[in-house]
Design a protein around this ligand. Sequence first.
Ligand SMILES: Cc1cc2nc3c(=O)[nH]c(=O)nc-3n(C[C@H](O)[C@H](O)[C@H](O)COP(=O)(O)O)c2cc1C
Ligand code: SF4
Length: 439
Amino acid sequence: MQNRHERFRFKSSEELLEKVKELGLSLPFSEDTNILLTPVFTNNRKIFNRFVVQPMEGYDSEPDGSPSELTWRRYLRYASGGSGIIWFEAVAVMHEGRSNPRQLMLNKNNKEIFKRLIENMREKTPLNIQPFIVAQLTHSGRYSKPDGIPLPLVPCHNSLLDRGNETILTDNELAKIMDKFIESALMAYEAGFDAVDIKACHGYLIHELLFSFNRKNSIYGGPEHEKRFRFLLETIDRIRQAKPEIQITTRLNLSDLYPGGFGTTADGRDYELSESLMLTGELEKRGITIINTTMGSPYFNPHVVRPFDNPLPGVKPPEEHPLTGVIRMIEGTGIIQHKYPNLKVIGSAYSWLRQYSLNVGAGVIKEGMATFIGFGRNSFAYPHMPLDLMTKGKVDPKKFCITCSGCTRLTKSMRPGGCVIHDREIYGAELKKLIADGK
Ligand SMILES: Cc1cc2nc3c(=O)[nH]c(=O)nc-3n(C[C@H](O)[C@H](O)[C@H](O)COP(=O)(O)O)c2cc1C
Ligand code: SF4
């Protein structure tokens, strides 16, 4: 019963570490957090500190996929917050692959707008930090909803995930989607992004190809891992050929934590990273120097992706303590980082730890379990946390994300996403409208 869901209620780091012990787990921890402010050098580029703004869809683009005023505001907040890496949210490579009608989409008509946003972000960055800015390129596959109604495009049927209206993509259609990734990568480079992420996580198309065991008569799926890895690796190879200067990275699901998923034991209860390690090796062979790790699916097991205090209204709390999820992600990432010490690996799911995320992040880096520490929801809530640490030598515990799931509630209802607690004027008001609409 110790591993039951609980809200964060620790008044000191001692209490937190006591709970970790009670759960029979261990958590890296360092009182000294200075390592978070040390630079990392990769591909002749200095990354100023170990903080990463993780990608988070804001559901607030203009209808044509361009950044809106709200998108612009979010990214200027991140830029002025002092993180060394700012990882743009999922940006669709084509309309059919958008997860919602307000998902960002990069195309030749709006490339200049993205370029101005990137320039503006660089102007707003404090202390002469030059953030490393990544474009996360995506096709939403099974979760495509380009016009607000589901248009699930999948590599093969999956008895656990199917809802009955899936269309299976042919090899020919997949090849055309790959062309769109190449075009978008070139445009992202021209728009001034430092790197492109070929997104392979959270159940979207390229991730689903990695476990498309049931795909028949195809070069992009089936029992053999070479076929299932092929789409991702071929996309990377083709971008390299088209423009060797483009730095490429990927956000990779190390494990899905459901039966039949990628990097998961047969019963779906634990990670089994042999294929994740093999794939990471292939990425390293292709000159990839940074990878951003994650696990789970926001649609199937959201507590794995983002451990929380409060589930969405009407949803039962998960059957595990949030610390179990936090530590699972840290340990899985650590396995990858230990096996590939030259790769710069970004860890995820630190927001639940509030202010102790800094001590845990510093401990993780010191133990060689990751190179960078990523913040998703806490970047909505407290984007200036890195800057406070740099300029004041301390952070404000009252400003941290409280993992209430308010931002997720907004985006699940296709409203603009942000922090309903700490950015209340805009997003608290959005939540009020949502509640008034009876949702
Ligand atoms: C509203 C919302 C939108 C998200 N959108 C994306 C996305 O576009 N791409 C992605 O890779 N992850 C996305 N994520 C996952 C986060 O990047 C991150 O992995 C997750 O929130 C766990 O980190 P945290 O505990 O610091 O929040 C999203 C999360 C939230 C809450
Ligand atoms: S609404 Fe704010 S406090 Fe709540 S989970 Fe999102 S970022 Fe955190």
